[in-house]
Design a binder for this molecule. Structure first.
Ligand SMILES: Nc1ncnc2c1ncn2[C@@H]1O[C@H](COP(=O)(O)OP(=O)(O)O)[C@@H](O)[C@H]1O
Ligand SMILES: [Mg+2]
Length: 418
């Protein structure tokens, strides 16, 4: 009997220990999950602190910009929410009452690449700006630097811009100086604010391509932060089944047609623009159906992309890839060829139209009408994995124009527009 009692106690002990271990594992996982969530997600407190710190710099006369007053004094600009900015730039959503002329409230997106105290600063310690002649010389020096920044972006004739500083800042530079009490300080503050903006590729790109409808409008700036037009993103159109709603085929096919037009427009710019980070979240969608480029940090004009490939040693083709801009490794010389093997359209087909899980219906062109299913599947295959050059198997290649033409025709036909 005693032996049975002893065995029962042991079993009970074992059960209790197992339960203890299970509880420990569950609690640890929950804490780890919470830690990871907090690490990945922005918080309201931190986001408001970014604005507070920026306004502190503004009030101390360290930064300037067309929207500083509305953000920090009149409070026409109000914080709303943030995005998960941990891995990328700081992106906050705010409302603005003075961004459009008729005083209607709009949502704007505040963007900034670095922490405020890590912003690019001009080193001006050697400068004595007490005479107006010295100030003028200094302004001229910065004009050259800013022109060069635009030239590094794309080899473009900048001489057409008579007032490059106002163009780059989106605010009248001379007027700002004239309205400031201390001109010497104003020159330094204005130029360092402008410099911290032009050091951000996306900002520079938006100014450079301001007259294209695919560029989100910039409402204004404050120090290194810039405020742009808010739109929904194409991220809203993926993984819809998990989100519990679906957009109609007609709506999705219309967006796909707009994306195809946009890719053609980028190919036809005076210098081709390569999008090297293509995903639904990096495209915006205006209420009028226009598609915009909301993240151009990894967009490169042709010559710069080829230079990027030029400096790379390789043992496999993957070594030559610059994100979605695929390269080719010459295995005889172990150098990347100065050539992008795929094109924007291939990456859009693969990462937006088909989606991340080709076997699952997650992309924009999932779930088509039955009448076009077979043909669409074939065209999407041709578009996302083109096999054009037989000696280049296993690398992403360019989509052929006839594939795009056929895809456009099929999409038009499916929404009754032919
Ligand atoms: N102009 C905008 N309109 C709406 N949402 C935006 C805009 N800009 C950025 N976002 C949102 O913030 C996210 C991160 O911004 P993004 O510029 O892509 O930065 P990152 O370099 O971190 O990817 C985007 O994926 C999008 O969801
Ligand atoms: Mg992005």
């Amino acid at each position: 009997m005693a032996i049975f009692r002893w065995m029962r106690r042991r079993v009970k002990c074992c059960c209790l220990s197992c339960c203890g271990v299970m509880v420990f594992i569950v609690i640890s996982l929950a804490l780890f999950g919470r830690h990871m969530y907090k690490k990945e997600h922005c918080t309201e407190g931190e986001s408001k602190k970014i604005i507070e710190d920026l306004c502190k710099l503004y009030k101390e006369g360290e930064v300037a910009g067309s929207l500083c007053n509305a953000l920090c004094e009149t409070e026409d600009v109000h914080y709303q929410t943030c995005t998960n900015y941990r891995k990328g730039k700081k992106v906050l959503f705010l409302t603005c009452d003075s961004c459009v002329p008729d005083k209607t409230r709009v949502t704007v997106v505040m963007k900034m690449k670095d922490e405020l105290d890590e912003r690019e600063k001009l080193n001006m310690f050697h400068l004595e700006l007490d005479t107006s002649e010295r100030q003028r010389q200094y302004v001229e020096e910065i004009e050259i630097l800013v022109k060069n920044s635009f030239m590094f972006l794309r080899h473009n004739d900048m001489s057409k811009h008579k007032d490059i500083l106002s163009f780059a800042w989106g605010w009248n530079f001379q007027e700002y100086l004239e309205n400031s009490k201390d001109k010497k300080d104003a020159v330094v503050v204005a130029l360092s604010s402008l410099w911290s903006l032009t050091e951000q590729q996306e900002y520079l790109m938006s100014r450079d391509l301001y007259n294209h409808s695919f560029t989100p409008r910039i409402y204004g700036t404050c120090g290194p932060a810039y405020f742009v037009e808010n739109t929904q993103t194409l991220g809203n159109y993926e993984f819809e089944i998990l989100k519990g709603w679906t957009h109609s085929w007609r709506e999705r096919a219309t967006i796909a047609l707009k994306l195809i037009d946009l890719m053609k427009e980028l190919d036809d710019l005076s210098e081709k623009l390569h999008l090297c980070d293509i995903k639904p979240d990096n495209f915006g969608l205006r209420d009028n159906g226009e598609v915009t480029l909301i993240d151009t940090d990894c967009a490169l004009f042709e010559e710069n992309l080829l230079m990027q490939f030029n400096h790379t040693n390789c043992t496999s083709h993957d070594d030559c890839d610059f994100f979605d801009c695929r390269g080719f490794c010459d295995t005889k010389t172990n150098k990347c060829l100065q050539e992008r093997t795929n094109n924007n359209m291939q990456a859009v087909c693969e990462d937006v139209f088909v989606g991340y899980f080709p076997k699952m219906p997650t992309g924009l062109l999932r779930d088509p009408p039955g009448s076009i299913k077979v043909e669409l599947f074939k065209l999407l295959q041709e578009c996302s994995s083109p096999e054009v050059e037989t000696d280049r198997q296993g690398v992403r290649q360019r989509v052929q124009p006839h594939t795009i033409k056929n895809l456009q025709e099929l999409l038009h036909k499916s929404i009754g527009e032919q």
